[in-house]
Design a protein around this ligand. Structure first.
Ligand SMILES: [Zn+2]
Length: 249
């Protein structure tokens, strides 16, 4: 009896040594592998977040000297073919406040050249570009944010907007004689009707939006989903945020 018991005990102990711990070790190894993978994923997502934060904040620390205009150019010094309707130099805008001291359209030289070409292309079709907003000094962005601190409407000055980099324009089209064109909504209409994907509009309106989009894209501009009037030149992020302010003379 004692013999049988000791054999049983021995075999149990032995089987524990053989199978028990190795299962545990395997489970632990699996667990640590999963933890490492999770750690790698967290690290990668943190790097991605860091990249996007860097993209947002790479500008504000530099190019803040508002006494030099860098490579900014007043679009009207290059061409008289644009119509200017600079809304932020009036109170006819969603802020209901005049935030620019006077109506000027400054952009980076490359952006100006691309706009000039886009306008030439549109003039062949019987239209001209009407500009609502161009380069926006960083200090004005801060002013707008103070009046309306809602990221759905105004870009947070911390990250800045492509307008602050001189590489974004808000525009529409008018007839060659300056006559109005129906684009479905006014400038700065913040609703789905202003989205590029919105199709519950007349064929004429959709045709105007399509023409503007095609010509702008052909000349190096890109769209944003929610505003038919807003165009960035290429990625826009390669230009630094600036606080150059123009003279009103
Ligand atoms: Zn814009």
């Amino acid at each position: 009896m004692l013999m049988i018991l000791s054999i049983l005990l021995f075999s149990c102990a032995e089987s524990k040594i053989e199978t028990g711990p190795s299962d545990k070790i395997l489970a632990l190894l699996e667990q640590s592998k999963a933890l490492k993978q999770r750690g790698d994923r967290v690290e990668q997502s943190m790097l991605r977040k860091k990249d996007s934060i860097d993209l947002l904040i790479d500008g504000p620390s530099s190019d803040q000297d508002n006494t030099v205009n860098g490579d900014f150019v007043d679009i009207t010094s290059l061409s008289n073919d644009f119509v200017l309707d600079m809304r932020y130099a009036t109170s006819n805008n969603f802020l209901k406040e005049k935030v620019y001291p006077c109506a000027k359209c400054y952009v980076r030289k490359n952006v100006a050249n691309a706009l000039l070409q886009a306008n030439k292309d549109l003039m062949k079709e019987g239209y001209r570009i009407k500009l609502f907003d161009c380069y926006r000094p960083h200090s004005i962005q801060k002013k707008m944010w103070k009046i309306f601190p809602n990221p759905g409407y105004v870009a947070d000055p911390k990250g800045g907007s492509v307008h602050n980099r001189g590489a974004a324009v808000d525009l529409s089209i008018v007839r060659l004689d300056g006559g109005a064109i129906d684009m479905g909504t006014d400038f700065d209409h913040f609703g789905k009707e202003a989205h590029h994907s919105y199709s519950m509009l007349s064929k004429t309106v959709l045709g105007h939006r399509k023409l503007l989009k095609e010509i702008m894209q052909k000349n190096g501009f890109t769209t944003i989903r929610t505003e038919w009037w807003h165009y960035n030149y290429k990625s826009g992020k390669s230009y630094k945020i600036s606080d150059f302010t123009w003279k009103c003379n």
